[in-house]
Design a protein. Structure first.
Length: 235
């Protein structure tokens, strides 16, 4: 392992677990997740919607493993909640599950430790850039995360904080495997998109690892990694 600064990954499910594994050969990695996690990497159990609890966990991690150079948010919740059918509480929960962790993680990135260059990667969704009639509230929340990355990248550049949003298409993970294979019987192949296949977590993890050295030239960008499924005019 090199002396490169630590990477903190917020959300340690299928995508987060792959990112932790990929980056662990290059730097110290630490995971943060609401659910109890069995992992080969140090992991803190914390609700990312609870800023005070997250601050405490982050300070503990920094004391044990050093200040992070990279913070990656993968946490979020997919839902087919529709506006016409939604209760107010359900809509608020879905919005907060997708936006509030991003705000809290970025707040931590801004306030942790002495000044140093930090790169924040927000994993959002290609729902942020395309109409999703079956997932309108979810799509709006993911678009808000992308907008947050663009806005803060501009205003926080003087603090040496770089922020990039990554918008994958469908990623096959354990929790969605049945639904994905029902829709795409040949998964990970998908002849309906120009790239011809769906993403798997190690591929997304490799993409994120490869863009980290170039963060200074990518800050404020929304990078869509979806096999071309959101290309204009694609049916």
């Amino acid at each position: 392992m090199s002396s490169t600064g630590a990477a903190w990954v917020f959300g340690t499910g299928g995508i987060g677990s792959a990112i932790l594994d990929r980056l662990s050969s290059e730097r110290q990695v630490i995971g943060f997740d609401k659910a109890p996690v069995t992992s080969a990497h140090p992991t803190y159990q914390v609700d990312l919607r609870d800023r005070a609890a997250l601050k405490q966990a982050a300070e503990s991690a920094a004391q044990c493993y050093g200040w992070p150079e990279v913070l990656i948010l993968t946490a979020g919740r997919v839902s087919g909640l529709r506006v016409e059918d939604s209760g107010e509480a359900d809509a608020c929960d879905l919005i907060f599950d997708n936006i509030l962790p991003a705000i809290n993680v970025l707040h931590a990135a801004y306030h942790l430790g002495q000044p140093r260059t930090r790169t924040c990667i927000l994993v959002t969704s290609n729902a942020a850039v395309a109409a999703r009639p079956g997932q309108p509230v979810y799509a709006a929340a993911k678009a808000a995360v992308a907008s947050l990355a663009r806005s803060l990248a501009a205003s926080w550049s003087s603090a040496d904080i770089r922020i990039i949003a990554v918008a994958p298409g469908t990623v096959i993970v354990d929790r969605n495997r049945h639904a994905v294979t029902s829709r795409y019987p040949d998964a990970p192949l998908d002849p309906g998109r120009p790239g011809g296949r769906l993403l798997q977590p190690p591929e997304l993890a490799e993409f994120i690892a490869c863009i980290l050295p170039h963060a200074g030239h990518l800050t404020g960008q929304l990078l869509t990694l979806d096999g071309g499924s959101t290309l204009p005019g694609l049916k």
